[in-house]
Design a protein around this ligand. Sequence first.
Ligand SMILES: [Cu+2]
Length: 106
Amino acid sequence: MPKRSVLLLLALTVFISALACAPETGASGDHFPGAGTVNSIAADERKINITHDPIPALGWPEMTMDFQLADAVTLEGIEPGQKVEFRLRKRADGAYVIESFDLAKD
Ligand SMILES: [Cu+2]
């Protein structure tokens, strides 16, 4: 590989790393708190459907959607109809997975 291409590649790598480390607006790192009501659980697929409140840190309005559960998450005590608080993590592939649950306090 010519020397110039190597330098260019190096510059590009540094640039992309800098992008990846850029802070997300209004949130700490890649974790985002959310709250909502559980609609259904597909335990075999490790998926949960939640109608969540707006998540300003992500610019998301209130909506109903499926979330993938991180491997460490247990569904013990979580049932359809329950209000929950949860923590989202942005995966390297851009998908948001639920990392932990709490039953809502109210
Ligand atoms: Cu959503």
